[in-house]
Design a protein around this ligand. Structure first.
Ligand code: ZN
Length: 277
């Protein structure tokens, strides 16, 4: 597993975190893989580590529109916390990488006996509601250039690397615009030295410049996450000092290593978290 991990799991107190991690198995997220369609039954939940997923809604059999993005800051399948098994949107892997997976039955069982996990995920549902609302307004009020900058930052946050694969067609679908519009907007960013783009390979060259260009929705999302996900159980000062919260900081968060090991008590995979000094 990579040198990063999921912020939701990480924000739990140590004992709660161990219980959740004991249920996790590592999985690979494959680029463009459809994890589920809207309305299908949720068989498992995913906590991305360095892969990330687009949430897409369809209207009148069109290509679909991205309405949300889930990476290390979140989880896929949070509707189970509301007692709903049907997936609300299509989920497609936008960034290949790793994730933790828990089957629906053990996850729901853990929810029932782990109040800290329930409180955490309830707050996450609320943050998702805010992000959906922000995204809806964004599409009506903000120009394509600033929306593209926001989208690139959101992807950059979740990719944990400066370089990732994305086509103009995909960006256009995600932003709900024509391909030519994205080509012009991305060309403008490249001409200004903010990004480099060649045959589907995009490199972020100047993140501060993208932050300055992005619409206010990027900062609104970051603040929403920081405000509502910050109410956490008390931790030791040393542990707290090592944590950085908010999507803006995911890219620069202190690296962690995740070491898997087989627990002496059974065959269930266990994960040991180690701070890198
Ligand atoms: Zn916006």
């Amino acid at each position: 597993m990579a040198q990063a991990e999921n912020q939701l799991i990480e924000s739990l107190a140590r004992s709660d975190r161990k219980r959740v991690l004991a249920l996790c198995e590592p999985v690979q997220l494959v680029l463009s893989e459809v994890l589920h369609e809207a309305g299908t039954s949720t068989r498992s939940v995913l906590f991305p580590v360095n892969g990330f997923v687009s949430l897409i809604t369809h209207v009148d059999h069109g290509d679909g529109l991205e309405v949300g993005m889930v990476g290390r800051e979140g989880m896929l399948g949070v509707q189970l916390t509301l007692g709903v098994t049907a997936a609300p949107m299509r989920a497609v892997v936008q960034g290949a990488g790793e994730a933790w997976r828990i089957g629906r039955v053990p996850f729901v069982r853990e929810l029932a006996r782990n109040p800290a996990l329930r409180r955490l995920l309830n707050r996450y549902v609320y943050v998702l509601m805010l992000q959906l609302a922000t995204g809806s307004a964004c599409r009506s009020y903000h120009d394509l250039g600033s929306r593209l900058a926001r989208w690139l930052l959101m992807s950059h946050d979740r990719a944990h690397r400066d370089h990732f694969h994305v086509t103009h067609e995909f960006m256009a679908t995600m932003l709900g615009v024509r391909r030519v519009g994205v080509t012009v907007a991305a060309g403008g960013l490249q001409a200004r030295g903010f990004i480099r783009y060649h045959r589907g390979e995009l490199t972020v060259l100047d993140r501060p410049a993208l932050e300055a260009l992005a619409c206010s929705c990027y900062e609104a999302d970051r603040l929403a996450y920081q405000t509502h996900m910050a109410a956490k159980p008390a931790r030791s000062p040393a542990a707290a000092a090592g944590r950085i919260h908010g999507t803006r900081h995911m890219h620069t968060a202190a690296p962690m290593t995740v070491r898997q090991r087989t627990d002496a008590l059974g065959n269930q995979p266990q994960i040991e978290l180690l701070h890198r000094s």
